[in-house]
Write a protein that binds this ligand. Sequence first.
Ligand code: AMP
Length: 468
Amino acid sequence: MTSFADLGLSDTLLKSIKACGYENPTPIQEKSIPIILMGRDVLGSAQTGTGKTASFTLPMIDILDAGRAKARLPRSLILTPTRELAAQVSESFNQFSQNHGLTKALLIGGVSFGEQDALLDRGVDVLIATPGRLLDHLERGKVLLRDVKILVIDEADRMLDMGFIPDVEKITKLLPKIRQTLFFSATLNKTIYKISENFVINPKIIEISPEFTTADTVEQFVCHTTPRKKHDTLRQLITSENVANAFIFCNRKRDIATLKTSLNKNGMDAECLHGDMSQSARNAALTRFKNNEVKLLVASDVAARGIDIAGLSHVFNFDVPSNPEDYVHRIGRTGRAGNLGKAFSLVANDDDKSAINAIEKLIGKTIPSVDSGNTGKTTSKKPNKSAESTTNAEPASTAENSATEKSPTENSIAKNVTQDTARTDAKPSPRRKKPTRYEGERDAPPDCSGSSFKETEHTPAFLLNQTA
Ligand code: AMP
């Protein structure tokens, strides 16, 4: 088994990794770290939960260790679609750079400009930002991107869904052309490949699949109801289940406050979490929830990814998500780290039924129905054999993921990846498990052919002026 020491990371960093309790690299870390240390661009497909954050933060720390930041000229930039993800990347840097003298700024909305300006003025090695807030700073002339040597675009598919790609393009136009770019997306489909071409040059393609592996830690159910009875049904479910703490997902932000009020009126204390709330209000809600001051968090999909609440007992889909992948992310908030969890989805109309069908197709299992007042008893659709073994679609064990490298050439991409296959491949085909070299794939640059930056004694072009 590959160890962190085999990946070419510095001894100082190995010490920090050990202090964090990580024993072995996850597949995305094993594949990405040596490539990033060599200075190559990466086009990576991996979900949150696979160890993706460390796969880029770790090599970045070693690369940035050789150099100093100047005022208002950050040396690296990480763009994430949401404030929560940005905060988690920032935490990851704090953990791993404990033995390095690197500086960092987190530019996210909802925090005062003053604090962020002060950090930028002192000079930062790592700038972690959401696109909107970074553009605000750029327009105010508080930050210049011409010294950025490494750019990370995280969760590109999410950026696309949220309409951020034009902002990302605007930002990258301000970066030097000679740089290293690490482009990550949960799925690699044709659209994402096409978009990536604007950012990466001859990238190493690293795909961690499957996205939707199953684990036996989340029991899933659907509960049939009507639009008028949805509130009652949810309350019945909460009452009949032994809920320690639960996320309740709504599809529309405007329904979140209504649902919270209705729960409160019925003696169920609940908090809200959605993208229109200020950062301080979001933090306050999450803190109350994490401290068990409130058992229920009514949320939009902003809470479906990345947020890690230890021992969350239940997820309720007040609305069935129309995108089956969102279902996977939502229910993956529970049943983590070996704990057991339950997920219930309210099916109130034909659209919900179609959405459930699409979800069942994606996860390859039938979800049994229960009665809201008697959740111990399944009512219709008997679970088939595979449904009896409950599922957790987000990778619970990162080690179970298999890594596949692909060609960066446009032709092979067009031939080998379609949006549909990227979305519905519940299991990787045997062919995708093996590293594949496609016809037409270009060689790695000759000075990048060793297995690590140190081994090749190569200084990538983007680092030349900083180490000189
Ligand atoms: P991420 O995919 O970056 O959101 O990481 C998901 C979780 O896995 C986080 O709680 C990390 O701290 C943890 N993690 C990442 N890499 C490793 C590793 N090599 N060994 C153990 N845990 C890890």
